[in-house]
Design a protein around this ligand. Structure first.
Ligand SMILES: [Zn+2]
Ligand SMILES: [Zn+2]
Ligand SMILES: [Zn+2]
Length: 284
């Protein structure tokens, strides 16, 4: 099974479409891993995390088959993570027959409300099943063999942004989404886990800055805290995503060197990470 980073940029993407700042000019000229669409992830063929405004283009770029998706997890309602019209377009598409044509959409009440408005309230016509998530709630995906738990992120208020913890025997992934310093309750819920892979917000780049997101230095402090608590260790891959174009922005090859001392690596659009299959994990 594969974890695919579809996009690794913050809300404006990199380079920001309108922007003539020194960094965006450099990123535009350098191209390659410096071109970042809005952050989203796919896990295998059937699981998606976030559905931003670049989703259709990302599906073309990576040859995805979105009709095979069965579960979409939305972290929060910001437009860079949720483009509701794409759920409306299911209603004017030929979907697979029977059970295979239904898609479960998991999210907080604000995210589900935006989708509901886009589809005129007709979940059934669009063959969508809304599943309201809140911190601490777990659901099982028996076909994929995952237990997925929503945890509190620290990003929006009063809206409760979510992280998603994916657990299966021998493999544990944390998609921490847009967040500032992790809430205490989330650290308590992670106790006893040992993460194989986590993604972490790096909006502010090399700036040690908070304001509803993280930069690399303060993200690094969280990773250190997770290591002290035994939730992460030196085998945990920590992949930074959601890069913005602010004062802390750096080109991808610079980030590789700058993130290493924090035990992190920079994600990029099209990055593929092998996740052991259930049978591999069980025979280890
Ligand atoms: Zn965002
Ligand atoms: Zn810029
Ligand atoms: Zn956000």
């Amino acid at each position: 099974m594969e974890f695919l980073i579809l996009g690794s940029g913050a809300s404006e993407g990199i380079p920001s479409g309108w922007c003539l700042c020194d960094f965006c000019v450099k990123a535009r000229a350098a191209g390659g891993k410096n071109i970042r669409t809005r952050t989203a992830f796919q896990l295998g063929d059937t699981i998606r995390i976030d559905w931003g405004p670049d989703s259709v283009a990302q599906a073309f770029r990576y040859g995805l088959e979105p009709w095979k998706l069965r579960h979409v997890f939305i972290t929060h309602s910001h437009e860079d993570h949720l483009f509701p019209m794409d759920f409306w377009s299911r209603g004017v598409s030929q979907l697979p027959a029977g059970e295979a044509g239904w898609l479960r959409v998991y999210g907080n009440k604000e995210s589900l409300a935006l989708i509901e408005r886009a589809i005129g309230g007709n979940w059934e016509k669009n063959r969508l099943i809304p599943v309201r998530m809140e911190p601490g709630k777990s659901i099982e995906l028996p076909e994929e063999g995952w237990k997925v738990t929503a945890l509190a992120a620290n990003h929006t208020s009063p809206e409760q942004s979510l992280m998603y913890l994916f657990e299966s025997p021998g493999r544990t992934l944390l998609i921490s989404g847009d967040t500032d310093v992790f809430p205490e309750a989330t650290l308590r819920q992670l106790a006893g886990c040992r993460l194989d892979l986590m993604t972490i917000d790096a909006t502010w780049g090399m700036e040690d800055r908070h304001e509803s997101h993280l930069g690399v230095p303060n993200g690094g402090s969280i990773v250190e805290q997770l290591r002290e608590l035994g939730i992460a260790d030196d085998k945990t891959r920590v992949v930074a995503v959601h890069f913005g174009h602010g004062a802390g922005a750096r080109l991808h090859h610079e980030l590789e060197g700058l993130l290493a001392p924090f035990g992190m690596e920079p994600g990029y659009d099209g990055m593929r990470i092998a996740v052991p299959t259930r049978s591999d994990a069980q025979t280890e």
